[in-house]
Write a protein that binds this ligand. Structure first.
Ligand code: NDP
Ligand SMILES: O=C(O)C1=N[C@H](C(=O)O)C[C@H](O)C1
Length: 273
């Protein structure tokens, strides 16, 4: 029997993305589920992982277990789709164990991103607010349009399902960075998040970012470039979480072979930043 090329430890195994990734892992060859981590209070704790009846979900993971797993010959990579505080703990654990980690969680502050970045001195760490191919092509186009149309007002609108907890989406912020970088600027200096009341006229060169929530929308992002007498709208719509799940597994395969460092989805996809 041939051994799988890669073992994945899925952190957040009972979540929307966790389940989707477990399903992708159950179908793909050359990759297997090594561990499924849920919150200790989760009803799935101690029960078989969805789509993987031979592996029980667990509420904890230790550095020595990770090290032991990684020492068994098969490379191991973690994939985390949980929340900010959980992912920060996961990243500390994986860095200590020396095991690569793919992070799909969104909602980090700048200092929290710095903390994640610091772990990349010890392990290959990939952080991507969106694992789809289309969003990264969109960001590439947005940078070009932003550069070509400096006088146009840029506004980003994202729409997500009613259960999403962070706003605006990590992807909207990522696209905001793309608009800003096309103009040689930083989103931190130009971002405007929603508007209410007597806000006055639009301040030139700002980048507006708005969040809409409702229903079961997987994830829509539109970047509006608004000029005088004309406007351009670039839209990406995700209609299935499988797109993100496939991207995350692809990123894990890619990351397993890398040296310690900080990586993004563009590196996996070979798209110029
Ligand atoms: N990069 C990308 O392409 C994508 C990123 N995302 C991001 O991924 C994150 C998760 O999204 P989604 O799956 O929809 O959210 P869910 O809330 O469905 O899933 C998160 C899961 O993590 C669990 N969890 C929380 N703390 C821990 C912990 N310490 N250990 C193990 N599990 C834990 C939660 O449990 P409980 O509910 O009990 O708290 C929940 O089951 C979000 O930040 C979202 O924005 C989402 C889609 C695509
Ligand atoms: O929470 C979600 O669902 C999604 N989150 C990511 C984000 O915040 O950008 C990516 C995707 O749009 C779905």
């Amino acid at each position: 029997m041939t051994r799988p090329d890669l073992g994945v430890v899925m952190v957040g195994a009972s979540g929307r993305m966790g389940r989707e990734i477990l399903q992708v892992l159950s179908r793909e060859s050359g990759v297997s589920l090594h561990g499924a981590i849920v919150e200790s209070s989760d009803p799935l704790s101690g029960k078989p992982a969805p789509f993987h009846p031979g592996i029980n979900c667990r509420g904890e993971l230790t550095v020595s277990e990770l090290r032991r797993g990684a020492g068994e010959g098969m490379p191991i990579v973690g994939i985390d789709f949980t929340n900010v505080s959980s992912t920060l703990s996961t990243a500390r654990l994986f860095a200590e164990a020396g095991v690569p980690l793919v992070i799909g969680t969104t909602g980090f502050s700048a200092p929290e991103k710095e903390e994640l970045f610091s772990h990349s001195a010890k392990i290959p760490l990939l952080l991507a607010p969106n694992m789809s191919l289309g969003i990264h092509l969109l960001a590439h186009l947005v940078r070009q349009v932003s550069r070509a149309l400096p006088g146009f007002d840029a506004e980003i609108v994202e729409v997500h399902h009613q259960k999403k907890k962070d706003a605006p989406s990590g992807t909207a912020l990522f696209l905001g960075e793309a608009v800003a970088s096309g103009r040689g600027e930083n989103l931190a200096d130009r971002g405007v998040y929603s508007r209410e009341g007597m806000v006055g006229e639009r301040i030139p060169d700002t980048i507006g970012i708005m969040a809409v929530r409702g229903g079961d929308v997987v994830g829509d992002h539109t970047v509006h470039f608004l000029g005088m007498g004309e406007r351009l709208e670039l839209t990406h719509r995700a209609s299935s979480r499988e797109t993100f799940a496939r991207g995350a597994v692809e990123a894990a395969r890619w990351l397993a072979l890398k040296k310690p460092g900080f990586y993004q989805m563009e590196d996996v996809l070979g798209i110029a930043k």
